[in-house]
Ligand binder design. Sequence first.
Ligand code: F3S
Length: 66
Amino acid sequence: MKVLIDADRCQGHGRCFSLAPTLFEFDELGNGVVIGDGRLDSQTLELARLAQVNCPEHAIEIDEAP
Ligand code: F3S
């Protein structure tokens, strides 16, 4: 399972790194980026889903394939 941010969609609303600062940070433009390789376990999957439903641009994608 992995999380990623679609950089073309992200408009820097910042909810991802506010809600899940262990998964996301912001770049020099203030846009969200995934920390590390974005791999998720069952706990971080819940955090990633929380960020996903709160992103107004629907920029956060979760690949739930094992
Ligand atoms: Fe971007 Fe959405 Fe986060 S717009 S900064 S991915 S909340």
